[in-house]
Write a protein that binds this ligand. Structure first.
Ligand code: ADP
Ligand code: MG
Length: 619
């Protein structure tokens, strides 16, 4: 008996939808891209319950005819390509012709659309890939598409959706990526009838500041290079604006947001030593190049693309960022030596051999590739500012060196290691501590020696201390004499809002003060910092980093972040006394041997056996 059957359309569509529509945010991305492709100059988004019950995008774009409106929801229905070659000349955001079909397969959809030339528009009501109603209607020029009750007919997938806060965070991310690339389009977004974004048309810089927060304004450095092969423009953040965790990093290729670890590497490399240790640079970079040089059809949601000549793009990005850094006099001196391998690439030399030679030679980036070992000329008038930057880094380092170590601990008694014998490690009143690489503490034990990782150890100590404070007594708040105001990006503000109840239990006093502004009135008595705003920002960054770890509660995560933030860091020189206190406090912890994340050891013991194994037994 034959067993193979063709799947009904609605099921085939539901399966296909799995690739494109994972969550409300993916639908938002597709609908926004369609509005952009329809040349809208104003786009309004209404969202209820993080898009789970309603996600509506209204545009003033070109609208659709009655037949097109119906056709748009068929799978593989697109007005954007006709033949396979067109794939390599794409100037639109969409081209796969499956977004609307996918949305209609997994949600209830209502459409109103009208072209300027038509008197009446078209109304459509679609559910489960079936058109329930299609009729003429009175409506504005442009298109409005509402997606209701996403995954109403695929309960298993509906169950996969995360909390509203988490889904809304995804929505803000996708919205940001589209709105960032189209500053000439006005966008608004409201959530449960509360306006979250109101973005007037303006310059790219204005748009970035609107999206990421006004505190970014003074930290942005312009990047702008034009060549025959490609253009780069946008902004990078000065080193001070860098973050401890990967935060605002955006690449757009022909205005499409993409993820690329490879190009990220190019930027990070360009910053080189300018970035504080382990920090991630901020960047918003737009790359423009001939669509024939890229393949955007390698990923269902088009977030990854392939470059025809990846190495060349890498070299351009790196050179452009270096150039911008040098021009802004952030770097005292810049080594512009390009990878010899890249210099030899055909494409790098190409402008020489074509008739465009002259034109190309006048472009600044071209010079960066040709002037031997010195990509560009630093204007001597900038020298004064350059030394200023040197000073800045020097004072930055000095300040770090002077910072009091172990701010939260005191010498308990002169007999520091009195009770060590009860613990699994016996450092019996040892006075011998040695710091190696400003990171590890070495100390002999009766049966070998121990190597302590100073930062992980201190994180463990602080974590247990904070936990104790919270569980034993009510946490003590230290009121700030001068309350500090903090202005956050919308997504950070949503996160903070979510965390405030827990933060208050730890001892913070934070008050919402209109839109995305908060006032910090108090901090936990045991937390030390020079700037409370900075410490909250860092806490949020670390929390985001942590939040993929679902096994911990919010409070646990916060305590771990706080311990990490307040801990002495690897690379910090410690005095003998400080090492003693650290070792003492570590071995007084309940669980001294692992870091608060539970993932790393705080110390490693080398006993006689281990050493004998390494050297062989001596007779
Ligand atoms: P794609 O964008 O890949 O072509 P979609 O399924 O997203 O596929 O859309 C199908 C077609 O519907 C588009 O090619 C376009 O012609 C039309 N369309 C979709 N959204 C809009 C809109 N907001 N305004 C005008 N036309 C639209
Ligand atoms: Mg589309």
């Amino acid at each position: 008996m034959d067993i193979i059957q063709l799947l009904p359309d609605n099921i085939a569509n539901q399966i296909a939808a799995g690739e494109v529509i994972q969550r409300p945010a993916s639908a938002l991305k597709e609908l926004l891209e369609n509005a952009i492709d329809a040349n809208a100059t104003e786009i309004n988004v209404h969202i209820n319950d993080a898009g789970k019950s309603l996600l509506q995008v209204i545009d003033n774009g070109k609208g659709m005819s009655e037949t097109d409106a119906r056709m748009a929801f068929e799978r593989h229905a697109t007005s954007k390509i006709k033949k396979i070659e067109d794939l390599f000349h794409i100037k639109t955001m969409g081209f796969r012709g499956e977004a609307l079909a996918s949305i209609a397969a997994v949600a209830q959809v209502e459409v109103k659309t009208k072209r300027v030339t038509d008197e009446l528009g078209t109304y459509l009501d679609i559910e489960n890939s079936m058109v329930n109603i299609q009729e003429p209607c009175v409506c504005a020029n442009g298109t409005s598409i509402s997606m209701k009750n996403l995954f109403f007919n695929v309960p298993a997938r509906r169950n996969f959706l995360k909390s509203n806060a988490s889904e809304f965070k995804h929505i803000v991310d996708e919205f940001t990526r589209v709105a960032m690339a189209y500053p000439e389009v006005m966008f608004t977004l409201d959530h449960n009838s509360q306006e979250m974004f109101h973005l007037e048309k303006g310059s790219l810089k204005q748009r970035i500041v609107q999206l990421l927060g006004t505190n970014f304004n003074q930290h942005l450095v312009q990047v702008k290079e034009e060549t025959d092969y490609m253009n780069i423009y946008g902004f990078i953040g000065k080193p001070e604006a860098s973050r401890k965790t990967r935060g605002d990093q955006y690449f757009f290729v022909n205005n499409r947001f993409i993820k690329s670890a490879y190009l990220n590497h190019a930027v990070v490399n360009a910053f080189a030593e300018l970035l504080p240790n382990d920090n991630f640079p901020l960047y918003i970079l737009f790359i423009e190049l001939d669509p024939a040089q890229i393949d955007i059809n390698v990923h269902p949601t088009k977030q990854e693309i392939k470059f025809e000549d990846e190495k060349l793009v890498y070299a351009f990005v790196q050179a452009a960022v270096k150039h911008a850094i040098a021009q802004a006099s952030i770097a005292p001196s810049i080594d512009f030596t390009l990878d010899a391998h890249i210099q030899q690439l055909d494409a790098v030399n190409k402008p020489f051999t074509t008739q465009d030679k002259e034109q190309a030679a006048s472009s600044s980036l071209f010079k960066t590739f040709t002037e031997k070992n010195q990509a560009h000329f630093i204007d001597p008038s900038l020298k004064s500012e350059i030394s200023h930057w040197e000073d800045f880094y020097k004072s930055y380092r000095d300040a770090e060196d002077k910072e009091t170590v172990l701010p939260n601990e005191k010498v308990v008694s002169s007999n520091l290691f009195k009770d060590f014998s009860q613990k699994q490690i016996n450092l019996s009143a040892t006075e011998d501590f040695m710091q190696i690489l400003n990171t590890y503490i070495l100390s002999p034990m009766p049966n070998g020696y121990v190597v302590i990782n100073q930062q992980l150890a201190h994180e463990r100590i602080l974590y247990e201390k904070f936990t104790q404070i919270i569980h034993k007594q009510k946490s003590i708040t230290q009121q700030l004499l001068l309350p500090e105001t903090i202005e956050l990006s919308i997504s950070d503000s949503i996160l903070l809002e979510e965390l405030i109840p827990e933060l208050e239990k730890i001892g913070y006093k934070i008050e919402h003060f209109g839109k995305d502004t908060y006032v910090i009135h108090g901090v936990p008595a045991d937390v030390q910092s020079n700037s409370e705003t900075q410490s909250i920002e860092l806490l949020l960054e670390q929390y985001k980093h942590f939040s993929s770890d679902i096994k911990f509660s919010k409070r646990e995560k916060l305590l771990r972040c706080l311990a990490k933030q307040q801990s002495i860091k690897a690379g910090k020189r410690l005095s003998n006394d400080e090492m003693k206190i650290l070792a003492h406090n570590l071995f007084n912890c309940n669980i001294p041997n692992v870091s608060p994340s539970g993932k790393k050891p705080t110390y490693i013991v080398y006993n006689e056996n281990t050493l004998e194994k390494l050297f062989g037994k001596q007779f």
